[in-house]
Design a protein around this ligand. Structure first.
Ligand SMILES: Nc1ncnc2c1ncn2[C@@H]1O[C@H](COP(=O)(O)OP(=O)(O)OP(=O)(O)O)[C@@H](O)[C@H]1O
Ligand SMILES: [Mg+2]
Length: 296
């Protein structure tokens, strides 16, 4: 199963979407809350059940001991969010000042997440929060850059409104370049669109328009569903009809789509299509031009 990182240009529903995907997946799943600006799950969805002695920050000290200590600490800091214990979360930082301690933890944590996804069959979602870019690069402390580099899929979460698109537009090129130079390639990059009543208000963009505008494929879409999303953000009693809510139903479909895209990407990376010889490419180009010309 893939390791999928979710991030954004501005607050727009990254944590709620990542949690919806984690809760909706038909496979064992994990949400790692790795937003360097601090986590909201602890005070929100988990309603303060998890204290500061538990979670991501404590992996930094374990990593300094060694990979085995990190793997053990990781397993003991996962909090179950369903009765069977198949869906878990790694609660995030309680203070943004803790992020600096994680600089050297991210690469090893990435390895652990990939083992969980690829060898233990978990759907792994990473909340990377709002992305900060400095001098055209992902900021080394304000983003969990190594997790983004190594991810099978990197989803920029956007809402289907101009305010969200205009901020996201500036992230696309630096992120693409970063993934090509330091990551698994820019083909990992896609969009997750939160669609707010496009048809009714006549103001929202369609997923096609968003893909065109940002020149990036839309890999998943989630509906605007305030009551289910508020439950993801704030916890408490699930709203009526939660199990069949639009958000969860679409999130389940999205997990299947994401798995299919990641699988296709794995195959393409294992068996890359050879580009034709330059001479052959020239002949093909002339042939196609000729045909277009004759038609015209
Ligand atoms: N699909 C949705 N439908 C309706 N409301 C949503 C949806 N997704 C998120 N929201 C709402 O948007 C608000 C912000 O959500 P969330 O905390 O997930 O955003 P975020 O991008 O993680 O923000 P931050 O960058 O501050 O961590 C919450 O009130 C949440 O209920
Ligand atoms: Mg968040």
């Amino acid at each position: 199963m893939p390791v999928t990182v979710l991030a954004s240009a501005a607050s727009c529903g990254v944590t709620s979407s990542a949690l919806a995907l984690t809760l909706a997946s038909s496979r064992p799943s994990l949400l790692a809350e790795c937003d360097p600006k601090g986590g909201t799950l602890r005070a929100g969805f988990l309603q303060g059940q998890v204290n500061a002695g538990f979670g991501l920050y404590h992996l930094a000290a374990a990593e300094r001991v060694g990979p085995e200590a990190l793997a053990q600490a990781f397993a003991s800091h996962l909090w179950p969010v369903d009765e069977a214990g198949n869906r878990k979360v790694l609660p995030g930082l309680t203070d943004p000042a803790q992020a600096a301690a994680l600089d050297r933890t991210w690469p090893s944590l990435s390895d652990v997440l990939h083992v969980l996804a690829h060898d233990a069959g978990h759907d792994v979602f990473v909340d990377a929060g709002r992305l900060a870019v400095a001098s055209g690069r992902l900021h080394p402390t304000l983003t969990p850059a190594p997790l983004i580099h190594q991810a099978d899929l990197v989803l920029l979460v956007v809402r289907n409104i101009e305010a969200s698109l205009s901020l996201t537009r500036h992230l696309i090129e630096p992120l693409r370049a970063e993934l090509d130079e330091r990551g698994t390639g820019s083909s990992a990059l896609g969009l997750l669109v939160i669609e707010r009543e496009a048809a009714n208000r006549g103001r929202g963009y369609t997923t096609h328009q968003i893909a065109d505008a940002l020149r990036t494929p839309v890999l998943a879409a989630l509906p605007w569903d305030a009551s289910a999303a508020d439950f993801m953000a704030e916890g408490g009693a699930p709203p009526r009809g939660y199990a069949r809510s639009d958000l969860l139903r679409h999130a389940r479909t999205a997990t299947e789509q994401l798995e299919a895209v990641a699988q296709r990407r794995r195959i393409q990376q294992e068996f890359p299509v050879q580009s034709p010889e330059p001479q052959l490419a020239g002949v093909l180009q002339r042939l196609t031009q000729h045909r277009v010309g004759r038609r015209g």
